[in-house]
Design a protein around this ligand. Structure first.
Ligand code: MD6
Ligand code: FE
Length: 209
């Protein structure tokens, strides 16, 4: 199932890891993240089941992903501030569009960018990304900072999951027949990164509305 050329690891028909694809953008991405968190700070949200997430999150773009006791939803206003989410920086949209094209998904125009912050021990349990209206569009996901083990599962939660290491600068593009696969992140080890220290930042672009 694995197939690789120099910069593209193909996990399945519609799922790719683009190794180092975001590296040329990092010097623009980090200050943009500081601006975003200055407007809409990272926070630990509560799942519908009542658990507080170990991953802290914020958003930029027209729509932002949220969870609380009532469920998961995309909203245009940050519930913590009462204001709109910060705008998506043009460099974010450009990176997402170029990565999607590399994976064969043309004209990707995301309206939502979920920004996740992991510290040692934080994890994301197996889930499907299915709160978006449009499953035609792929999901583009950028990893910065500490390494993480990504779990690439199947279409049932109980299916076995492959483990894929994601490094600083890697971009995943995920769509087509793979759009609704279960996936997650193993608890992060504390192996500090030279730029970001004991943090991993992931941002995930979607067409949500
Ligand atoms: C993360 N990512 O990498 C969490 N979802 O921290 C995701 O949940 C994800 O990386 C869909 C497609 C790619 C992803
Ligand atoms: Fe996801």
């Amino acid at each position: 199932m694995l197939e690789a050329d120099s910069q593209r690891l193909r996990l399945s028909s519609g799922a790719f890891v683009l190794r180092g694809f975001a590296l040329p953008y990092v010097s623009q991405l980090l200050p943009a993240i500081s601006v975003i968190e200055g407007i809409s700070p990272f926070r630990h949200m509560v799942t519908p089941g009542g658990a507080t997430m170990s991953v802290a999150l914020t958003n930029c773009g027209t729509l932002g992903w949220t969870t609380d006791r009532r469920g998961y939803q995309y909203v245009s206003v940050d519930p913590a501030t009462g204001d709109r989410w910060p705008a998506m920086p043009p460099v974010f949209a450009q990176l997402a569009n170029e990565a999607a094209t590399m994976a064969g998904f043309d004209d990707f125009e995301p309206d939502a960018c979920l920004v996740n912050r992991y510290r040692p021990g934080a994890r994301l349990s197996l889930h499907q990304d299915k709160n978006e209206r449009d499953y035609e569009a792929p999901v583009v996901s950028v990893s910065l900072g500490m390494n993480a083990t990504f779990l690439f599962g199947g279409h049932e939660r109980s299916n076995p999951a492959a483990k894929v290491l994601l490094y600083h600068g890697d971009v995943m593009v995920w769509g087509g027949a793979d759009r609704l696969r279960y996936h997650g992140i193993r608890p992060l080890k504390d192996e500090p990164h030279m730029l970001l220290g004991s943090e991993r930042i992931n941002f995930t672009f979607r067409k949500a509305g």
